[in-house]
Design a protein around this ligand. Structure first.
Ligand code: SAH
Length: 385
């Protein structure tokens, strides 16, 4: 693992921190909104496109780099369209640079993380939709600290634009230079920040200069299962991939592992998922963290198989990633293999997710956005070059 250069961070005591939304940024607005803003400032409307082209087309986030704008215009527009939203606190890389995690400080001191994963055929960025998370899943590090606040649309989009710039710079060796996928699997529950997440998705899929021009199919929204929001998402004119964090096929256990299950039960959430699949034609991804002696029994594999057989679903098993203070471990490999075998026998397509980013606490469920985390420095110090 390599520890990349970082900007020194001043400590903000959580008690002294007030959660409030950041200034407006061009990524909060669609193109028409940006044009209205620009003309309101007394500038010609085409400036909106020009600045948007820099941001979404060339991935330029620094207003000083907008050298084709007259200096006075640049300053006026930079304030209104490109206020800095994410201040880098720390960047870590592992897997020879193919996995990179960025820790950001937001304007009010809140901290969030994003993770970039390069593969031979694609580059995926995992972004956060909230600072912290209110869903309280006991095996997830983000869930332990509670919710600080929702991110703004632009704070969500800017993570993807930044990481697209990292990919374009060529540092992700062995991967294409263009960001291909965005997964809402970082910190937070995306469907609990519904309107801003939907607006962010619209920015990600609109062609440049309005947006980043990604394919809808290459956007994944992962949820604990907020049923009304899943139904609402199905009624949008979007066909993004839905991932459902199921983790247990029975209500007894799911009530504990995913506490929101106490409100919306397994049967209800799967019903909403199948409606989503029917409306969009997209296969739903069922996320299932394999936790030793907790949810990995053969009978649970069989029950899950019965629930999913014949449905437009794919199971992603996630070996449990270690989190501080957790009493749980990942399932042993033979248990995992038997679980996979039983699901496949039931006719359910199943894969096991790689544990990308584990050594930089960047894997699923490990994002805690701790700024004074000694483990980071210790591990960075002893990492092979
Ligand atoms: N709140 C959303 C988005 C987070 S996605 C959701 O829960 O779906 C992060 C994924 O990693 C979720 O599927 C989550 O359940 C899973 N996860 C959380 N903690 C984990 C851990 N310790 N090991 C493996 N997966 C974990």
């Amino acid at each position: 693992m390599t520890s990349l250069p970082l900007i020194p961070a001043t400590s903000v005591a959580p008690a002294a921190r007030r959660a409030y939304m950041p200034p407006q940024h061009l990524a909060d607005l669609d193109l028409a909104g940006r044009q209205a803003l620009v003309t309101g400032l007394g500038e010609p409307a085409f400036r909106a496109k020009q600045v948007s082209n820099h941001y979404f087309g060339r991935l330029v986030r620094d207003p000083q780099a907008l050298t084709d704008l007259p200096a006075a215009t640049r300053e006026r527009l930079a304030d209104q369209l490109l206020p800095p939203l994410l201040t880098p606190v720390r960047e870590l890389a592992c897997d020879d640079g193919a996995t990179r995690k960025a820790l950001w400080r937001l304007h009010d001191g809140a901290l969030v993380e994003s993770v970039l994963m390069g593969y031979p055929d694609r580059v995926t960025v995992c972004i956060s939709s909230q600072a912290g998370c209110g869903m309280a899943c006991p095996f997830c590090a983000t869930g332990q600290a509670g919710l600080t606040r929702n991110l703004s649309t632009a704070e969500i989009v800017d993570q993807a634009v930044y990481m697209a710039g990292v990919a374009a710079s060529g540092v992700v060796a062995g991967s294409p230079p263009r960001l291909s996928r965005v997964v809402f699997m970082g910190m937070g529950e995306p469907l609990a920040n519904y309107n801003r997440v939907i607006a962010a998705i619209r920015r990600l899929v609109s062609p440049a200069p309005e947006g980043l021009g990604l394919s809808q199919r290459h956007i994944t929204v992962s949820t604990v299962g907020l049923v009304p929001a899943i139904r609402r998402l199905a009624s949008e004119d979007l066909s993004v991939t839905l991932a459902l964090s199921l983790h247990a096929p029975d209500d007894d256990l799911r009530d504990e592992l995913v506490p929101v299950n106490q409100r919306w039960k397994v049967a209800e959430v799967l019903d909403a998922a199948w409606d989503y699949a029917a409306r969009t034609g997209r296969r739903v991804s069922i996320e299932y963290a394999m936790i030793k002696d907790v949810n990995d029994q053969p009978w649970r594999a069989d029950l899950l198989g019965r629930l999913l057989a014949g449905k437009l679903a794919h199971v992603n098993l996630i070996p449990l990633n270690p989190t501080p203070g957790s009493r749980w471990d990942a399932s042993p490999k033979p248990v995992e293999r038997e679980f996979v075998r039983r699901l496949r026998e039931a006719g359910v397509s199943t894969t096991v997710r790689d544990t990308r980013g584990r050594e930089i606490d960047g894997a699923c469920g490990q994002l805690a956005a701790a700024e004074d985390n000694d483990t980071f420095t210790d591990r960075a110090g002893e990492a092979p070059a």
